[in-house]
Design a protein around this ligand. Structure first.
Ligand code: HEC
Ligand code: HEC
Length: 206
């Protein structure tokens, strides 16, 4: 039996090493992403910059999960999301470009465990926090962080899932259960969450 447990210890160690190596490989190169990201900052780097026709806030990307940024870019490129400018931007990027620019634009990490501020609307507790967290920090990289995002952008995204202009099976189902009043209350709640940004990803060269 001792040799058996040694075997398991080795196996676990090897698996963990592989998993870590995989993470390092998959992570984008923020320094390369900085060059690609120059164009993006023309909209995403300006505080309170607005999309026009219709008018709503350009989403914040600082603190967003890089994995989700990549998924969103692929959704614009694949037309699961309809937005002319973002389609044009995403279409010009390779998968590797997306990884790199996401690593650069995400820039910092929001702590997942921080306590939420204020009482969550009941719908948040019932339907949303399992993935987006009670404090709006997505519990894994697949689930976008909503904390501190512009309320009008959160509300617009929810309406787009409801109307099917954003095609996502998970969010179509959840957004479909919300009234207009729910959308506003949830958008205000998540937008008002402000966990402190931590662990700046950008190395010293910036
Ligand atoms: C001309 C302004 C503009 C430029 C330039 C631009 N964006 Fe955007 N971006 C927007 C707007 C507006 C939206 C919201 C679109 C929507 O309603 O779906 C958006 C959405 C996004 C989203 C989705 C965010 C979320 O929370 O869902 C990502 C990711 C993104 N942009 C990344 C980029 C990257 C990377 C670049 C550069 C390669 C870039 N953008 C360039 C205006 C711009
Ligand atoms: C099972 C997990 C899950 C649950 C529960 C869930 N979401 Fe999502 N949510 C996602 C995923 C995955 C995406 C990304 C979809 C995409 O690529 O467009 C998303 C995207 C979003 C976005 C777009 C964010 C952005 O930056 O564009 C908003 C807003 C949102 N969810 C709000 C909600 C609300 C409000 C609820 C509760 C009513 C909810 N979600 C429940 C998984 C979930």
């Amino acid at each position: 039996m001792p040799s058996m447990s040694n075997h398991w210890v080795r196996l676990v160690a090897v698996t963990m090493t592989l998993a870590l190596a995989g993470t390092v490989q998959a992570a984008g190169d923020a320094q390369r992403g900085r060059v690609i990201g120059y164009t993006c900052l023309g909209c995403h780097g300006i505080a309170n910059y607005k999309n026009v026709y219709p008018t709503y806030s350009v989403p914040k990307l600082v603190g967003q999960h890089p994995e989700y940024i990549v998924a969103a870019l692929k959704a614009y490129r694949g037309k699961q999301r309809s937005h002319g400018t973002m389609y044009a931007q995403a279409s010009s990027l390779s998968d590797q470009d997306m990884e790199d620019v996401a690593a650069y634009l995400a820039d910092a990490v929001l702590p997942a465990g921080a306590a939420p501020s204020g009482a969550a609307p009941q719908k948040v507790t019932e339907l949303c926090s399992a993935c987006h967290g009670a404090n709006g920090v997505g519990i894994t990289g697949d689930y976008p962080t909503l904390a501190g995002q512009h309320a009008d952008y959160i509300a617009r995204a929810l309406v787009e899932y409801q109307k099917g202009d954003r095609k996502n099976p998970i969010m179509g189902t959840f957004a479909g259960q919300l009234s207009a009043a729910d959308v506003k209350a949830i958008a205000d709640y998540y937008s008002g969450q402000r966990p402190a940004l931590q662990t700046v990803r950008r190395p010293n060269w910036l």
